[in-house]
Design a protein around this ligand. Structure first.
Ligand code: GLV
Ligand code: GLV
Length: 321
């Protein structure tokens, strides 16, 4: 068999064992993210590659890999890091990990929602500071989500609907928008509305739509101005969905009461304002970081690559544009 399988980062322990047992030569980048130079060097001559969402898979990457590259498996459901036009042009199959991280990502989304609305992190900071405190009627008061607060869900794919189930179990009203759904309909207890209504009626807005040219800065100053004063934004989708500077302004002015963010525009850089504002909870893109989830994601990537290299169909191919 010509060409190795390049894996840009050490996968989970079980997945590393699977890689060891393959009939293909496997080259693993290491525990740390590879420099761009090293990535391009190590992918040269590869037949398959398992890559991370933090890596740009573009013309330069495909050039470096060479014409033997048959498949790129992204260890993520999102694939905005991959130039699909270029992949199509070169007939390289691209795969992602849909379905297997739905619950883990919805859990993290809900963790951010609760942490943000009930000021868990802000009060944790205070409690552990050692400063004096005493129970008080007005201390760390946040939003009662269970008293019928409305959750607006932008994007009702698997993850958006899994978040809806959690919200409904907590007593929230759920409304949502998705391009493929007609306003006025109900889907799994989610009342479908127009985008402007979603902004207008949400006490908490959560984003679960892929990042594309159309959805970039979906939440900008104009959108935030249409939201209820004192609403919250949760984002465990992609950072680019939000104009962060506009959000920072709104978090400072009180137009937004808080934000829970797992993803950022300039990842892995988190804007200092977002790190400093007390009404913001930030996590370093850990949406899918469940122990079992990461095993299944890793295995799915390996299975995709091996299927293609064995001449079979990939399991979860991303459709070409
Ligand atoms: C994570 O962000 C993913 O797309 O899987
Ligand atoms: C994830 O699996 C999604 O498509 O929402």
């Amino acid at each position: 068999m010509e060409g190795h399988i390049y894996v840009s980062r050490t996968l989970t322990p079980k997945a590393m064992k699977l890689l060891d047992n393959l009939d293909y030569e496997v080259r693993v980048g290491g525990d740390e993210p590879p420099s761009r130079e090293k990535l391009l060097e190590d992918v040269a001559g590869a037949a398959g590659a398992i890559v991370m969402l933090s890596e740009k898979i573009d013309e330069e990457f495909f050039d470096a890999a060479g014409p033997g590259l048959e498949v790129v498996a992204n260890l993520a459901v999102g694939y905005d890091n991959i130039d699909l036009h270029e992949a199509k042009h070169r007939a390289v199959i691209v795969t992602n990990t849909p379905g297997v991280l739905t619950e883990a990502t919805a859990d993290l989304t809900f963790a951010l929602l609760l942490a943000t609305t009930r000021r868990v992190v802000e009060s944790d900071y205070y409690a552990r500071s050692g400063k004096p405190w005493i129970w008080g009627p007005n201390e760390y008061v946040g939003l009662d989500i269970s008293a019928g607060a409305t959750l607006g869900i932008y994007g009702l794919g698997r993850i958006g609907l899994a978040v809806a189930r959690r919200a409904q179990a907590f007593g929230m009203r759920t409304i949502g928008y998705a391009r493929h759904l007609v306003p006025g309909q109900e889907l799994d207890g989610v009342h479908i509305v127009e985008p402007d209504e979603l902004l207008q009626y949400s006490d908490v807005l959560t984003l679960h739509t892929p990042l594309t040219d159309e959805t970039r800065h979906l939440i900008d100053a104009a959108a935030i101005a249409k939201m209820k004063k004192g609403a919250y934004i949760i984002n465990a989708g992609r950072g680019g969905l939000i104009d962060e500077l506009a959000m920072v302004d709104a978090l400072k002015s009180g137009q937004l009461a808080g934000a829970g963010l797992d993803v950022f525009e300039g990842e892995p850089v988190i804007r200092p304002e977002l790190r400093e504002l007390p009404n913001v909870v930030v996590t370093p893109h850990i949406g899918s970081a469940g122990d079992k989830t990461r095993e299944v994601m890793s295995k799915l990537c390996i299975d995709n690559v091996v299927s293609v290299l064995d001449g079979k169909a990939p399991l979860t191919q991303v459709p070409y544009p």
